[in-house]
Design a protein around this ligand. Structure first.
Ligand SMILES: NC(=O)C1=CN([C@@H]2O[C@H](COP(=O)(O)OP(=O)(O)OC[C@H]3O[C@@H](n4cnc5c(N)ncnc54)[C@H](OP(=O)(O)O)[C@@H]3O)[C@@H](O)[C@H]2O)C=CC1
Ligand SMILES: O=C(CO)COP(=O)(O)O
Length: 340
């Protein structure tokens, strides 16, 4: 597909807004769909999404609407940027309104509880004939809005999709790389949210940089171990959507998952932290699902189990940490030394 595209972005939160604005800034027509009609009207009047990204100027090619049918009229690409718990419902409504050649791309980093499904798997079930893809990488929305150069991975088994995503999104401040491993790219984006919560706890408790370096590297080791058991290629985790996103999300106070970890470590009950957040932190839901899946598959994930014990079994961080580090000796780069 070449030339100007007509695009819908579903979800007018922080990430949907920046992705829609990059595409509009590249000269394409964008409809940003959000369920809050008042906010849609304000966005069109002020060219700013004041609820999620105040002060971030939106391109004139972006129009907000709360009418899904209107948002999807005549589009050739649909991006979905709603939290994972609402993803299937939203996508189901899309399936009734778009033809089979409309490209559908997930921006969501989460897992569906029933059947441990990633978003591309939901897309495949709900829109079996459409060309599908995902976009994932170290992409803190606030930093993109501030103009910091960022990069992301467009992943699909269909080369038309990766090429089209490059065409609509790539610009000086937003670089788009390609991957054919949709599952691996998505899995990295979902799993890193767990370790961002753990890093937030570490930051609140003033862990040293050595400790944080160890946590990040061991996180990568157990993510890879899990990926192998799920039949995925752990080498994908060496790219932007793996190491890149793990590093960013585990080091930035802008990450909502990291903020959640910090708040819990400072003594706030999880329910109170969640009630005070006006944006989604996917990591908590992902933690529960990955813990359950890792137990089912007998994959050792000491950091996941440790975080679960801290958050849900009222275990002290120090005790949990002791039990994590005082295990028998493990291989360092095990996913390279084990056959894939
Ligand atoms: N923010 C970031 O830096 C990044 C986020 N992501 C991922 O993108 C996804 C979305 O995140 P983000 O934009 O940050 O989230 P936000 O919390 O900022 O926004 C969520 C958006 O989804 C809307 N929404 C929620 N439920 C529904 C529903 N049932 N129907 C329709 N709309 C709904 C919200 O509407 P309302 O305002 O009415 O509640 C809001 O517009 C997450 O999976 C996240 O992990 C990925 C990369 C970076
Ligand atoms: O995915 C993100 C950065 O790549 C955003 O992380 P949070 O959801 O923790 O804010």
């Amino acid at each position: 597909m070449t030339g100007q595209h007509t695009v819908a972005v579903l979800g007018g939160g922080s990430f949907g807004t920046v992705i829609g604005n990059i595409i509009a800034g590249n000269g394409h027509r964008v409809a940003l769909w959000l369920r809050n009609q008042q906010l849609a009207m304000r966005i069109n009047a002020t060219h700013e999404n004041g609820d999620y990204l105040p002060g971030y100027r939106l391109a004139s090619g972006l129009t907000a609407t709360s009418n899904l049918q209107e948002a999807l009229a005549g589009v050739d690409i649909v991006f979905v940027a709603v939290p994972s718990k609402s993803f299937r419902d939203v996508v189901r409504s899309v399936a009734e309104l778009v033809p089979a050649d409309t490209m559908i791309v997930s921006l969501t980093k989460g897992i569906e509880p029933s059947g441990f499904r990633l978003m591309s798997e939901i897309l495949r079930e709900e829109l079996p004939a459409n060309p599908l893809g995902v976009l994932s990488g170290p992409n803190l929305a606030r930093e993109i809005a501030e103009g910091h150069v960022s990069a992301s991975v467009a992943a699909s088994d269909n080369p038309d999709v990766t090429q089209t995503l490059h065409q609509v999104l790539h610009c000086n401040a937003f670089l788009v790389y390609a991957s054919q491993d949709m599952y691996g790219v998505e899995l990295g984006g979902a799993l890193k949210n767990i370790y961002a919560i753990l890093s937030g706890i570490g930051a609140a408790l003033a862990f040293g940089e050595n400790t944080m370096g160890m946590l990040l590297t061991r996180a990568l080791a157990e993510m890879s171990r899990f990926a192998v058991e799920k039949g995925a290629n752990p080498l994908t985790f060496l790219g932007l959507s793996g190491v890149g996103d793990l590093f960013v999300t585990c080091s930035s106070p802008l990450s909502r998952n990291y903020q959640l970890g910090m708040a819990v470590a400072r003594g706030q009950p999880i329910e109170a932290v969640l009630a005070g957040m006006d944006q989604v932190a996917e990591g908590l839901n992902t933690l529960e699902l990955v813990k359950r899946e890792a137990d089912r598959l007998h994959v050792p994930m000491p950091l996941v189990s440790g975080l679960y014990a801290i958050l849900y079994e009222q275990r002290e961080v120090v005790d949990v940490f002791d039990s994590i580090v005082h295990r028998e000796q493990a291989q360092d780069v095990e996913f390279v030394t084990r056959p894939l």
